[in-house]
Write a protein that binds this ligand. Structure first.
Ligand code: DC
Length: 225
């Protein structure tokens, strides 16, 4: 059976990584979280303590080795051999990553790595520009989204379950800001590929979305039999 390239794009908090990880596990595909790659660059830059400078950050991005080691519950991420799985989810990294991801040469370095990781197929990649820029010829393309209110609510429940003290309105505002930054940047903005399937998950459970996507990929695999 042909192993496909599956591109999943969409805004922050739409559940892309949760869904992509589950679908990849069930299909025996590799899962590449490209947001984690941009977060890794932002993390590396913050570690240096240097002032924001596009050339300096691109230099870091070009030399970095980013690796994924998937485990049952987490997709572990390593930068030059150092585990950054938790560190790249910090508030500081989240607050800086959009600016880092808007640097052209950083994107070129990441896209080159992503193409290498996916060229053999059997890969499910999630991000903002996978179906439009990284793999415009992907076998399956999905644009996964949900309303701002629903995405904020999901994040709110996640954080409250971890014992964090957060306000729903603040999360809504943060998500709306990130949508704006990601969709309005000059290079590779977040947008749906014309041939991507649009899926609004506001009223769907994780299981429903997972089953739906698995069927979609399996149907396409059968076309190549
Ligand atoms: O999906 P995430 O929240 O982990 O993504 C982190 C940031 O990286 C977010 O600001 C969008 C950016 N990103 C991007 O520009 N292109 C991608 N393919 C994936 C993420």
């Amino acid at each position: 059976m042909k192993k496909l390239v599956v591109a999943i794009d969409g805004p922050a908090g739409a559940g892309k990584s949760t869904i992509a990880k589950l679908v990849a596990e069930k299909l025996g595909y590799a899962y590449i979280d490209t947001g984690a790659m941009y977060r890794s660059v932002a993390w590396k830059f913050l570690q240096t303590g240097a002032d924001f400078d596009g050339d300096f950050i691109s230099g870091l991005a070009e030399k970095m080795l980013i690796e994924f080691k998937p485990e049952a519950k987490v997709n572990r991420v390593f930068v030059d051999g150092v585990e950054v799985t938790t560190a790249i989810r910090s508030q500081e990294v989240t607050a800086n990553v959009s600016r880092v991801a808007a640097i052209g040469a950083v994107r070129e370095a990441m896209v080159a790595q992503q193409r290498r990781m996916g060229e053999a197929g059997g890969v499910l990649m999630d991000g903002r520009d996978i179906g439009t820029v990284v793999f415009p010829q992907a076998d399956v393309k999905v644009f996964l989204t949900a309303s701002v209110e629903e995405r904020a609510l999901r994040r709110y429940k996640e954080l409250v379950a971890k014992g964090e003290d957060v306000k729903l309105e603040v999360l809504q505002q943060e998500i709306a800001n990130r949508d704006k930054q990601d969709s309005e940047r000059a290079i590779s903005p977040l947008r749906q590929a014309e041939d991507a399937l649009y899926l609004d998950t506001s009223a769907m459970t994780i299981e429903e979305v997972t089953t739906y996507l698995m069927q979609l990929v399996q149907e396409k695999e059968n076309v190549f039999l």
